[in-house]
Design a protein around this ligand. Sequence first.
Ligand code: IMP
Ligand code: MG
Length: 188
Amino acid sequence: MILTDDPAIEAVLFSAEQIAEAIADLAESIAADYRGEPVVLVGVLKGALFVTADLARSLARRTDGPSDICLDFIAVSSYGNANRTSGEVRLLKDTSESLEGRNVIIVEDIIDNGLTLAYLQGLLRGRAPRSLRTCVLLDKPYRRAIDVVVDYRGLLCPDEFIVGYGLDYQERYRTLPYLAKLRSDAFS
Ligand code: IMP
Ligand code: MG
């Protein structure tokens, strides 16, 4: 059990060290699949900001990985309740690079019902990339409402609403270095 001083945090589910290990493992798998080839990482804002940055640097440190790593970002939001997504996905910001003919990897913080990633995969497939794969740091597989292919997954997430390392509750807690379960009285 990891202790924390933050009164809104009930329990730390994954420490900064566990997150770093999971990202190093993701980078190892991706490096093996794209050795000597260029890739474009498309991070999904805002939640995947830190995982995209850390994954990109972990890949760049390796000598056995992609020949080039380009970073791009896309932003979406889901209509619905504060702590559950409704499935209606809205595009807030598109990618700025052309993805045509390129090896694209979507980098997402968490997959829950799967509708966000299903939407993004459909959208980016329409840009005629050479290849399209998906990487998620956290997976809640038992909550899926739709079948989505996830090529790289970091951590199996318990059935809790979690915050930290980019994930928010009403725009708070993103900067926590760990992933944590909020106390129930922190929800408003
Ligand atoms: P999906 O469309 O249900 O797969 O939801 C994916 C999106 O919902 C993620 O990109 C997050 O923004 C958000 N989300 C899902 N579960 C959590 C959670 O436990 N904490 C914070 N955000 C979450
Ligand atoms: Mg997200």
